[in-house]
Design a protein around this ligand. Structure first.
Ligand code: TUI
Length: 315
């Protein structure tokens, strides 16, 4: 059995988090992951406070296990979502796409465990100093909004820089990735892309099929020009996006607005022409729909076998 401080800290069985994927990570997915022994996370990004409250109540009808809520800090609903998290006594909050300093103390004082998702050593140090419980260090192999650093160099640098547990994310989809993350000093892993094709995941079937068919070079990054890079499956939408990003006559306002509504079109409508199918580089490793329980148990057992065998590589 893999031992990790984070399991005792959060009261979970396996050190596996499910990424708080915007529009994707609802009560059904999060409850399935938590019920399977991992940390299920509801994405607060596309919800206002009351919608989030309803989603939390829905999750609690399905499981009494610990869970988290992800706060996408660029969302206009962040202040009200932050309050609902306290009122509903959410056990764990993760944050993304920004600096969560304005909220950490309030949440920690209310008894919420705060685990910001960071993409740099600088932000990891800052949030650790200000009372974060742990950090998810996310490399640029991830789907969705990303930073500059990639997982292999980022994780050990964050591990060296902070005294709180580090959860690795970005480019992890199986037990090999999990074992590697532990070798780099991580206490747990967070996965998004693998859970996209979980049986309990409510994304449109077209989205799942595109992930299942994707290979190692199936994703591209758009939005660098305006400082909001995001990784998604290459499709007509990303090609049009790249064309406008490279066009001299396109304004930054136009580029900023380009993706508006596109994620919803992918998740809800399966619209391959116009949708933004956010997805990590590990899509090429993801080739089966399984339940969350099957995924977690398979990944953990594979990681355990690898970690046990690691010693035999040395004389
Ligand atoms: O947040 C994520 N991933 C996301 S959020 C999201 S919502 C969305 N994104 C694009 C288009 C439409 C919707 C999709 N995927 N991951 C965590 C993460 N945080 N990655 C990178 C960062 C980050 C980047 C810069 C965190 C902080 C930061 O700057 C901090 C500062 O000091 O301002």
């Amino acid at each position: 059995m893999i031992k990790s401080k984070i399991c005792d800290l959060l009261g979970i069985r396996y050190p596996v988090f499910q990424g708080g994927m915007a529009w994707v990570a609802d009560a059904d997915l999060a409850a399935a992951v938590s019920e399977a022994g991992g940390l299920g996370i509801i994405a607060g990004m596309n919800m206002n406070g009351e919608q989030l409250r309803a989603e939390i109540k829905k999750l609690r009808k399905k499981t009494d296990k610990p869970f988290g809520v992800n706060v996408m800090l660029m969302s206009p609903y962040t202040p009200e979502v932050a309050e609902v998290i306290i009122e509903e006594k959410v056990p764990v909050v993760t944050t993304g796409a920004g600096n969560p300093l304005a909220y950490i103390k309030k949440w920690v004082d209310a008894g919420v465990k705060v685990i910001p998702v960071v993409a740099s050593v600088a932000l990891a140090k800052l949030v650790a100093k200000r009372g974060a419980t742990a950090v998810v260090a996310e490399g640029g192999e991830s789907g969705g909004h990303i930073g500059e650093a990639h997982t292999m160099p980022l994780i050990p640098q964050v591990v060296d820089a902070v005294d709180i547990p580090v959860i690795a994310a970005g480019g992890i989809a199986d037990g090999r990735g999990m074992a590697a993350a532990f070798m780099l000093g991580a206490e747990a892993v967070q996965m998004g892309t693998r859970f996209l094709v979980a049986k309990e995941c409510n994304v449109h079937q077209v989205y799942k099929e595109k992930v299942l068919k994707a290979n190692d070079t199936a994703t591209a990054v758009n939005g660098r020009r305006v400082g909001h890079p995001a990784r998604a499956l290459k499709n007509p939408f990303t090609r049009a996006f790249t064309e406008r990003e490279n066009a001299a006559d396109a304004t930054d306002e136009e580029i900023m607005a380009f993706g508006t509504g596109a994620l919803r079109k992918a998740v809800k409508d399966g619209d391959w022409e116009n949708g933004s199918f956010l997805c990590g580089q590990v899509a090429g490793l993801v080739d089966r729909e399984q339940t969350c329980k099957e995924m977690i148990e398979e990944i953990v057992s594979q990681a355990e076998t690898i970690l046990r065998g690691a010693a035999s590589r040395c004389e």
